[in-house]
Design a protein around this ligand. Structure first.
Ligand code: SF4
Length: 455
C-alpha cells in the first residue's frame, strides 16, 4: 500500500522491524539507520550530511531491488517504499508517495484511452493507412504552425538538433553496442574546452539544442564533468539536454542547476530476462536502477523526459506497450513535464551480435504512428540511424524532432576521428543545412531549439 508518511519515526520503525526479521547485513544496516535517526533528529535533513546519507540509503534500496529480482513480495515492497521515503526525507525534499514504477508497468490500469486506441490500430491486420492518416492528423492538430498563408501548406514545426558525443569511455558490457567494454576501439574523452569547441562548431551551423551523450565510466564521466560542460554550453546560448548513464536524484538536481533542460534515457528493453542477457556486467546490469531513472530525474526537477526502447532487442509488441504504460505512470506523477519518445533501431552491432527481433521499415512506421496516437502532444524524435528516405516519410507523418548532420564519435564534428569508434553508424549523411532545406521546401517550420515547454 502506498501512503504518505508524516513522522520520521513512522519511516524508520518498519525498516528496523524488517532488518530484525530478514536482513543478512543487519549490523551494518542498523548502524546506518542510527545515523539517519540522528540526522533527522538534529534537523540536518537537506544539508550535506543528509544528502550524502540519502544517497547511501538509495543505493541500499536499489541493491535490494536488484537482489530480489523476480521474487517480489510484500516484504520487499514495504522495505523499498520505506527506504524511498527515508532517502527522500534525508535529502530534504517534500514528502511524496513512494515510487512504484516496477508495479506500474505491470498494471493495465495505467493504460489510457489513447494508448488503447493505439494498440488496437497497431494490430498488423489493420491497414497501415488507418494509422498514418490518424497520426498525421494528430500531429498537424497539436504541432501545426498557425499561418494565414494557406498556400504555404504548412505541416508542423520540426526541431532540428545534434548529438554531441563527449566520451566513448565505458565500463558496461552491452552486447549490442560499439562502445562496450572491452572492445578495442580508440577511446576519446573530451575535456570541457574540447566539448565546447565541438558545440561552437555546431552553433555556427545553426544548432541551438544539443544532446550531450557519453558512456559510463564512473571515474571520468562524473556529474561534475557533465555539469561543467553544460554550464559552458549554456553560457554560449545553447540549450542542452543529456543522454548519459542513470544518475542519483542528487546528481540529476545538479545537472538541472547546470542548465540541463532534459534527459533522454532508453530502457533498451522492458523484458527483465532479456535485459539481463544483454547487460552482463557493469552498472547497467541493474534493471531497477535504470527503470526508475526518469522518476529520479523528474523528482530532481528535470523538465523534459525522453523514453525509448532499442528496437531489435525484444518483441516490440511487448516492449512498446510497456514503455507507453511507463510514460503514462510518469505523466500521472509529473503532469507538468514534457515527455518525448524515440524508437532507435539497431542496424549494425559488434561482431557476434545477431539482432533477435529485427523489424522492417513498415513496422517502424506503424509503431511511430502508434506513439503519436497514444501521446498526441508528445515530441517524437528520430535519429540519423535511419536512411534519408525513411526519415523524410516519417517526418511527414508524426515526427517533430530530428537530429541531423550527426557524428556519434567524440570530437567527430571538428577533428579527425577515423581511428575512433562510433556508437552506431550514421545512415542519413545529410548535413543539418541540407535536412533543414528539405524540411522547409516540404512545408515544415524549422526550429533549431526547443520551445519553453521542451517541445
Ligand atoms: S550502450 Fe551505453 S552503457 Fe552500453 S556499452 Fe554502449 S555506451 Fe556503454
Amino acid at each position: 500500500m502506498n501512503r504518505m508518511i508524516t513522522e520520521w519515526t513512522d519511516v524508520i520503525a518498519p525498516i528496523t522491524d524488517w532488518i530484525h526479521q530478514y536482513d543478512q547485513h543487519a549490523d551494518h544496516h542498523l548502524s546506518l539507520l542510527e545515523v539517519a535517526e540522528a540526522v533527522l533528529a538534529t534537523g540536518l535533513a537537506g544539508h550535506s550530511e543528509g544528502r550524502e546519507l540519502a544517497g547511501r540509503i538509495e543505493r541500499w534500496r536499489y541493491r535490494h531491488l536488484q537482489d530480489e529480482g523476480d521474487h517480489w513480495s510484500w516484504q520487499t515492497e514495504t522495505l523499498v517504499n520505506q527506504l524511498d521515503q527515508l532517502a527522500n526525507r534525508l535529502a530534504g525534499r517534500p514528502d511524496r508517495l513512494p515510487r512504484c514504477t516496477g508495479q506500474a508497468i505491470q498494471d493495465s490500469r495505467f493504460d489510457t484511452d489513447t494508448i488503447r486506441e493505439a494498440l488496437e490500430l497497431v494490430d498488423p491486420r489493420v491497414p497501415l493507412s488507418a494509422l498514418t492518416d490518424r497520426a498525421s492528423e494528430l500531429t498537424r492538430l497539436h504541432f501545426g504552425c498557425s499561418t494565414d498563408d494557406r498556400s504555404a501548406a504548412p505541416r508542423w514545426r520540426m526541431v532540428v538538433y545534434a548529438p554531441l558525443y563527449v566520451s566513448n569511455q565505458c565500463i558496461n558490457f552491452c552486447t549490442y553496442c560499439g562502445f562496450r567494454y572491452p572492445l578495442e576501439i580508440a577511446r576519446r574523452h573530451l575535456n570541457c574546452d574540447q566539448a565546447l569547441d565541438q558545440a561552437r562548431w555546431l552553433y555556427a551551423r545553426g544548432f541551438r539544442h544539443l544532446l550531450v551523450v557519453g558512456g559510463d565510466f564512473p571515474s571520468l564521466t562524473t556529474t561534475d564533468y557533465y555539469a561543467e560542460i553544460l554550464r559552458a554550453m549554456v553560457a554560449e546560448g545553447i540549450v542542452p539536454a543529456v543522454e548519459i548513464a542513470p544518475q542519483s536524484t542528487e546528481s540529476y538536481a545538479e545537472l538541472v542547476r547546470a542548465g540541463a533542460c532534459g534527459v533522454t534515457l532508453y530502457q533498451e528493453t522492458y523484458d527483465p530476462v532479456r535485459y539481463r542477457e544483454y547487460h552482463l556486467r557493469g552498472p547497467k546490469a541493474s534493471y531497477p536502477w535504470r527503470l526508475e531513472a526518469l522518476d529520479r530525474a523528474a523528482e530532481a526537477g528535470m523538465a523534459r523526459l525522453g523514453l525509448g526502447v532499442l528496437i531489435g532487442l525484444a518483441d516490440p509488441y511487448h516492449d512498446i506497450p510497456i514503455m507507453m504504460r511507463h510514460a503514462a505512470y510518469l505523466m500521472d506523477r509529473f503532469p507538468d513535464r514534457t515527455f518525448a519518445f524515440s524508437l532507435p533501431r539497431i542496424h549494425a552491432a559488434p561482431d557476434g551480435f545477431q539482432v533477435p527481433f529485427p523489424i522492417d521499415d513498415q513496422q517502424l512506421i506503424r509503431w511511430y504512428c502508434a506513439l503519436r496516437i497514444a501521446f498526441p502532444r508528445a515530441p517524437l524524435v528520430l535519429s540519423t540511424r535511419e536512411a534519408a528516405e525513411l526519415r523524410n516519410r516519417l517526418a511527414q507523418l508524426c515526427i517533430t524532432q530530428m537530429s541531423a548532420g550527426s557524428s556519434t564519435a567524440p570530437g567527430g564534428y571538428r577533428d579527425d576521428v577515423s581511428d575512433t569508434g562510433e556508437q552506431f553508424p550514421v545512415t542519413d549523411q545529410r548535413s543539418g543545412a541540407e535536412v533543414a532545406r528539405w524540411l522547409e521546401q516540404s512545408g515544415f517550420q524549422v526550429r533549431w531549439s526547443l520551445d519553453e515547454n521542451g517541445s
